[in-house]
Design a binder for this molecule. Structure first.
Ligand code: CUA
Length: 180
């Protein structure tokens, strides 16, 4: 029967439910519930979603903390223009700035130790992509975004901006060192 005609039986909703329809409703419901409980399950056991926090802040307040960290834990300079390489102690708050068009400073972290990594943009949207790991985080202006991280594998990583942020977006690349 065409849907544009009124139903012949006006009380169609009082018809008993057909078995196959009931079966599919149950299958869909069970699947919905499985997927629903998989969300918290993956968060805890899947090691996929990063547990994170975000706080409102200003570029001035954030930069103050960055400069304090750089002054305390700078070990050398690298690149041109020279960028400080910072090696904070295990468990420390580590600050990384995204801005047009670089990351500041360069981080050197110890494998097997946990850090509270803070991310913030000083201007507009950037993206923190850690290569070759599969980590992607948007870096917003106005928010101090904190991730608890534990690097496991020593090596030289690359922090690549993965949100298009203007003419020098492609140049917004920085090393990140994980040492033993
Ligand atoms: Cu910053 Cu693209």
């Amino acid at each position: 029967m065409s849907a544009i005609l009124p139903p012949a039986e006006r009380l169609w909703w009082k018809e008993p439910l057909e078995r196959t329809e009931l079966l599919w409703i149950v299958i869909a419901l069970v699947w919905c519930l499985i997927m629903f409980f998989m969300m918290p399950y993956w968060h805890v056991y899947g090691q996929q979603n990063l547990a994170n926090e975000a706080y409102r802040t200003t570029p001035e307040a954030y930069m103050k903390k960055v400069e304090e960290m750089v002054a305390k834990f700078k070990v050398r300079e690298e690149g041109s223009p020279p960028t400080p390489v910072v090696r904070p102690p295990a468990g420390a708050d580590v600050y990384l700035v995204a801005r047009l068009w670089n990351w500041y400073p360069i981080l050197e972290l110890e494998a097997g130790k946990s850090y509270r990594l803070h991310l913030m943009s000083l201007d507009w949207l950037h993206g923190f992509s850690l290569q070759p790991e599969n980590i992607n985080i948007q870096v917003h202006p106005g928010y101090d975004h904190v991730l608890t991280i534990t690097p496991t594998q020593p090596g030289k990583y690359a922090v690549v901006c993965n949100e298009f942020c203007g003419i020098n977006h492609h140049a917004m690349v920085s090393p990140l060192y994980v040492v033993k």
